[in-house]
Design a protein around this ligand. Structure first.
Ligand SMILES: [Zn+2]
Length: 245
């Protein structure tokens, strides 16, 4: 059996190598991730050339990334290109699905897509997220881990963690307070990303809706013209008007 090689980097892919079959060949998982695609996606729908252009597009996004907001070294957001970086990984706003702050494995607060509407009930707005965290029940006085779990979709990875505390830390300490502050900032920033994506989606939906109704209107007048109820000239005039020409 001929050895498989990655269509993108040309690496030989043995039995144990991470690889995925695409429409016209095989690709290593490294290159697949570079294209921003996950193993579980319908990889058979991609071709060597579509993957190569995805990789090029993604490299361009990575190259042009210039943060408009950062939270320490935890999170960087580029509002202009609508992308964000956690560690070295770059994501689109649309990749963000949900997130939750975990302290010693316990969920402290949650946020994400679709919560904008219910946000008032869940958090009382962004400000209340802050209150939610500080209201924690740290009876033992120490925290061993504080991290933000971020769940992603349509992406090369489904979960990424932002770690704030990794070793035993007194909850009265400055380190703990600083970690809390960073976590709060990340939570707020991520919710803003989710809300921003959502409102853009809603905006697009509205535009599509009005485009649809214009098309419907034109069709109706076309029918009237075809039926001889209005003249062809009248139809053309109405069409121009509807299209705003
Ligand atoms: Zn490769």
């Amino acid at each position: 059996m001929a050895k498989k090689i990655c269509v993108n980097c040309g690496k030989e892919l043995g039995m144990l190598a991470g690889k995925v079959k695409i429409n016209d060949g095989t690709i290593c998982t490294n290159c697949l991730h570079s294209a921003g695609i996950g193993e579980l996606e319908n990889s058979g729908s991609y071709t060597e050339s579509s993957i190569k252009s995805l990789i090029a597009a993604r490299q361009e996004i990575i190259r042009s990334f210039s943060p408009t907001k950062t939270v320490g070294s935890y999170l960087a957001i580029d509002d202009t290109h609508r992308s964000f970086k956690i560690g070295q990984s770059l994501f689109d706003f649309g990749n963000l699905l949900s997130f939750e702050l975990l302290e010693d494995g316990e969920t402290i607060t949650k946020g994400g897509l679709g919560r904008a509407v219910a946000g008032g009930l869940l958090f009382g707005g962004v400000g209340a997220i802050v209150g939610g965290i500080t209201g924690g029940k740290k009876s033992k006085g120490v925290c061993n881990s504080m991290r933000l779990k971020v769940t992603l979709r349509n992406c090369f990875c489904s979960t990424v963690y932002i770690p704030f505390i990794l070793t035993e830390t007194k909850t009265k300490s400055f380190v703990y307070k600083a970690a809390q502050n960073s976590a709060q900032e990340c939570l707020s920033a991520l919710q803003i990303i989710a809300d921003s994506y959502q409102s853009m989606q809603n905006g697009t939906a509205n535009i599509n809706q009005s485009e649809l109704s214009v098309a419907d209107e034109i069709k109706k007048f076309k029918q009237l013209a075809d039926d001889g109820i209005i003249t062809q000239e009248e139809f053309e005039a109405k069409k121009k008007q509807l299209l705003g020409l």
